[in-house]
Every structure is written in C-alpha cells, then in structure tokens.
Design a protein around this ligand. Structure first.
Ligand code: DGL
Length: 247
C-alpha cells in the first residue's frame, strides 16, 4: 500500500514521523508545499484548489490512500475533497477529537490552530458539552518555517497565545496545526502544571496500523527551497530524510 501525505511545509512531518514508527506501508510519499505557505491565512476556495492540486500530485505518484497532515485543509475542505475522489482521504480533526476526549479530566480544553482553522469552529462544535477555549496562532508556522524555533519572537508568541489558556486552567491542549508538535517541549515548559498535548500524528498512526510491520520506502517533495526544508526539518530527527526532491 502506498500512502500519500501533504501539508503546507514541514508540519506534516510530525505525522509522518509517527506513521514511520508503526511502519505500516510499503511506500510513503510526502509533499510539503512550502512555496505556498502559510495555508492558515488562505480562504476556503484557495484551500480547496490547492488541496485538489496536492491530491492530484500524490495520485500521479501512485498514492493509494491519503493523509491530509494539515489542520487547515482538514478543517476547511475535507468533506468537499472526499466527494471528488474514490480513495480513502483522512484528515486530522477526528483523530484530535478522539485523543482529546480520552485525556481531559476537568473538561477544559484549549485548541490552538491557524486562523483559518479557528474560523471554522470545528473543534468547538465537535466538542459540544466541554469548555473549549479557541486561540489562533498565526505567528507559529512562519517562525518555525523560517528557522526561528529558538528565538525571542517565538517565546513572545508562546506567551501571547498560551497565557489566556493557562489562566483558564485547561488540562488538555489540542495541537490543531501539525507544525505545533515541534513546539511540544516549549509548550509543556510554559504551562507550570501538567498538561495533555494532543498530537494528531500519534492517533492517526495507531489507527492506520494494520498489524503488519513493513519498511516503507520514503519519497519526499517540497515546492520551495530544498535547503530550508532540510534545515528546518532536522529538528524532527527523521532518519531517512536525506534526499528531498523538487515538486
Ligand atoms: N500545518 C498546517 C496546519 O496543520 C498549516 C500551517 C500553515 O501553513 O499555516 O494547519
């Protein structure tokens, strides 16, 4: 089985990393659309056009199943996309909801995601009956993708976005954008009490595992600078990323 995965950039690698731990596929094709990021500031129409192009690209490379490792595309246009293709297309929203319901104890949940995701209120709607605090974090992805993970700007952005959620005492935080697991350690440190971070990759990898261990061949493409993609993805320590091809 060949799996296709796409995101606006290196964020989806947080999902790929978890899927690789389970080794459930013969081959995995990853596409990071860095030339067009951030997706989080785009309209629904733009996102649908882009998502169709990306799915088309992955299909042309032989993908038989697709994971949209992008919260923005998953929350905005997954249902529309599913109608157009007769292969399985998996988004990250349901995995995040599943993980959140399992973990929260005080039923106070924070959701951090891109502006385009928060605008849909999809998490709040699906978590009816819980106290859900939404926060869009437009600075996170551009900072991660420009190599500013460890910077004062990042620390300031973390304080700006997470302080209101800390003040509310959320016990569970949905990482609604696949770039955000890269910030896990920083986020955990920022909350001065234990917090559950919900990473879609972990749940998706579990759900996709068919019990048969395989050793997938990996093919990675990006649409922007290959050098930047390589440098920024180093932090994720995915062993088999050596060759990255131009989209
Ligand atoms: N990683 C993506 C997401 O999960 C997109 C971030 C962006 O490009 O704005 O939403």
């Amino acid at each position: 089985m060949i799996l296709g995965i796409f995101d606006s950039g290196i964020g989806g690698l947080t999902v790929l990393k978890e899927i690789l731990k389970k080794n459930s596929f013969d081959k995995i094709i990853y596409f990071g659309d860095t030339a067009r990021l951030p997706y989080g500031e785009k309209s629904k129409e733009e996102l649908l056009d882009i998502a169709k192009e990306n799915v088309g690209f992955l299909l042309s490379k032989g993908a038989e199943k697709i994971v949209i490792a992008c919260g923005t595309v998953s929350s905005n246009v997954l249902e529309e996309l599913k109608k157009d293709y007769n292969i399985e297309i998996i988004g990250i929203v349901d995995a995040l909801i599943e993980g959140t319901k399992e973990k929260t104890i005080n039923n106070k949940i924070g959701i951090i995601a891109t502006s385009a995701t928060i605008k849909t209120h999809i998490f709040k709607n699906k978590l009816n009956g819980y106290h859900v605090y939404e926060m869009s974090c437009p600075k996170f992805t551009p900072l991660i993708e420009s190599g500013k993970l460890d910077s004062k700007e990042m620390d300031d952005a973390i304080n700006e976005y997470l302080k209101p959620l800390k003040d509310e005492g959320v016990d569970t935080l949905i990482l609604g954008c696949t770039h955000y697991p890269i910030l896990s350690n920083k986020i955990k440190k920022y909350f001065d009490y234990p917090i559950n971070l919900i990473n879609s990759g972990v749940i998706i990898a579990d759900n996709l595992f068919d019990g048969k261990i395989k050793n997938p061949e990996l093919e990675i493409y990006c649409s922007g600078s290959i050098e930047d993609f390589k440098n920024n993805s180093k932090y994720l320590e995915i062993e088999n990323i050596n060759e990255i091809k131009k989209y």
